[in-house]
Design a protein around this ligand. Structure first.
Ligand code: G16
Length: 542
């Protein structure tokens, strides 16, 4: 039976860079999930009888939230609800299911790389029919709706057994529990030369993949160990845990430090990799060769044609504004277009749909292609493996040759996490006010060529997005970028992105922080970070 339940709005149900993210106890409030999900449905049209995909990264509260979403979806008129077994679907796999099953859209339960557990984070995100995150016009409409909502529709039905594959009824709708891995593994098999990668493992190539007790475990074991023949034990921490085993499932040099140390050790593996909570981010470290996400984008774009799925070449590359400009040099040499978008995968969707770009990437450890409409951690790992197998070279050699051919973009991000929101906003405001006076100023060898507040005009749908981060550009091609994170759940996080281009191969072996030292010091001083945040040092350096 369909129930109509009276409710009142909650403050702050505003989607950020990637959906609504809050602490678990916030989501556990009565009506909280229902209000947000009903607000999403209230902003959609023409979905009666269509299919909705639902899945999450398995974090604490995933199963409860999925039952709620199923009830609301059925009561609101969806005809079929596809759910990953156990409530599991990695974000890229959910994107794929939406596309191949021609669903109306999908609801993904995830707070990505944020910690999980009863006091950790939770999140809800809506993806549209192309499989990608809802564009801003949709998320803004949803937020507006959350502020006026008065009722939601649900069913008084029992919970669906999420662990049993197959179909069951829920009101007038059908709920189909699907294998979360099958479709995705098939897609990877079509894109990459599995025989060649199998040969690589058979030749003794050693790899460690850390699934970080998060959603990628089942995918990585199926593809790497069972289909590609990597030795048992290649995939570490492969069981998705509601609290990610108490760890922070963020595959960076802080939270996956052990992989870095392993790759840098004498007799370490040839290749180390990791993915995040929901499987869309990646970390790539060759033996004695850490690859920054920005470099990874450039190197994958330059070599993608070696993989069967990209043998025809790539149409163009897109990167988020703060991502280093290493990919720009590849695009230039290949004679293809490079698009610079605001942070957030949702900005790539139109470019991919229009066929303007094939490969996209972000400094925040995300890379992907037109095979889905999300970034894809395991895809990046498999493309790297296919390139290593095709070139018969180590990651270190591929990296060295890439820098020699294109120059090296030294790059680092400094995060000041959980600072006071007022101070962070004041810092950004004073930077914005001072922009006009910056051009032409000299600081030692550095001269400012220009500075602006990044704005994006979408060439496909004509929409505009302003205030997407402050850019300070230098005459020698260096950059400092400032923006506030849109994914944190408490206080504000200031991100400072620092980049220097070094064309001279003789200077490619420097340690990154040392190579950027003067820019880092200037970056702190220009924004008066200590004054506004009380912090002298960043909390995380990647
Ligand atoms: C999300 C978005 C990414 C974005 C990242 C960082 O990633 O999907 O497109 O680059 O947040 O955003 P911010 O700098 O605002 O924290 P994920 O992996 O958290 O979904």
């Amino acid at each position: 039976m369909i129930l109509t339940i009276a409710t009142t709005p909650f403050e702050g149900q505003k989607p950020g860079t990637s959906g609504l993210r809050k602490r678990v106890p916030v989501f556990q409030q009565r009506h909280y999930v229902e209000n947000f999900v009903q607000s999403i449905f209230d902003c959609l049209e023409g979905f009666a009888g269509t299919t909705l995909v639902v899945g999450g990264d398995g974090r604490f509260f995933n199963r409860e939230a999925i039952q709620t979403v199923i009830r609301l979806a059925a009561a609101n008129g969806f005809g079929r609800i596809l759910v990953g077994r156990g409530g599991i679907l990695s974000t890229p796999a959910a994107s794929n299911v939406i596309r191949v099953r021609k669903a109306y859209g999908g609801i993904i339960l995830s707070a990505s790389h944020n910690p999980g557990g009863p006091d950790g984070d939770f999140g809800i995100k809506y993806n549209v029919g192309n499989g990608g995150p809802a564009p801003e016009k949709v998320t803004e409409a949803v937020f507006a709706r959350t502020r006026t909502i008065t009722e939601y529709r649900t069913l008084d039905s029992a919970d669906v057994d999420l662990d049993r594959l197959g179909e069951v009824g829920a009101g007038a709708a059908i709920v189909e529990v699907i294998d979360p891995v099958d479709d995705y593994a098939g897609l990877m098999q079509r894109l990459f030369d599995f025989d060649r990668i199998r040969g690589l493992f058979a030749s003794g190539f050693r790899m460690k993949f850390d699934a970080m007790s998060a959603v990628t475990g089942p995918y990585a074991r199926q593809i790497l160990e069972r289909m590609l023949g990597a030795p048992h034990g290649t995939v570490m921490n492969f069981t998705p845990e509601p609290d990610f085993g108490g760890h922070h499932p963020d595959p960076n040099l802080v939270h996956a430090r052990h992989l870095y140390d392993l790759a840098m050790s004498i007799d370490g593996p040839d290749f180390c990799a990791a993915s995040d909570g929901d499987g869309d981010r990646n970390l790539i470290i060759g033996n004695h060769a850490f690859v920054t996400p920005s470099d990874s984008l450039a190197m994958l774009a330059a070599n993608a044609h070696l993989a069967p799925g990209y043998a025809k070449g790539i149409a163009g590359i897109a990167r988020s504004m703060p991502t280093s400009r290493a990919a720009d040099r590849v695009a230039e040499k290949m004679g293809i277009s490079l698009y610079e978008t605001p942070t957030g995968w949702k900005f790539f969707g139109n470019l991919l749909d229009a066929g303007l770009v094939t490969i996209c990437g972000e400094e925040s450890a995300g890379t992907g292609s037109d095979h889905v409409r999300e970034k894809d951690g395991l895809w990046a790992v498999l493309l790297w493996l296919d390139i290593v197998a095709a070139r018969r070279q180590s990651v270190a050699a591929i990296q060295r040759e890439h820098w020699a051919a294109y120059g090296r973009n030294y790059y680092s991000r400094h995060d000041f996490e959980e600072v006071e929101t007022d101070g962070a906003n004041a810092l950004m405001a004073q930077l914005r006010e001072g922009l006009v006076g910056l051009k032409g100023k000299r600081f030692g060898a550095l001269e400012i060529a220009g500075a602006d507040d990044f704005a994006y005009h979408d060439p496909v749908d004509g929409s505009d997005s302003a205030h997407q981060g402050i850019r300070v550009l230098f005459e020698d091609g260096s950059r400092i970028v400032y923006r506030l994170s849109g994914t944190g759940t408490s206080g504000a996080t200031l991100r400072v992105y620092i980049e220097r281009f070094e064309p001279d191969a003789a200077a490619h072996g420097l340690e990154t922080q040392a190579a950027l030292a003067d820019l880092i010091a200037l970056g702190h001083a220009l924004a008066r970070i200590e004054h506004f945040t009380g912090r002298r040092e960043p909390s995380v350096i990647t």
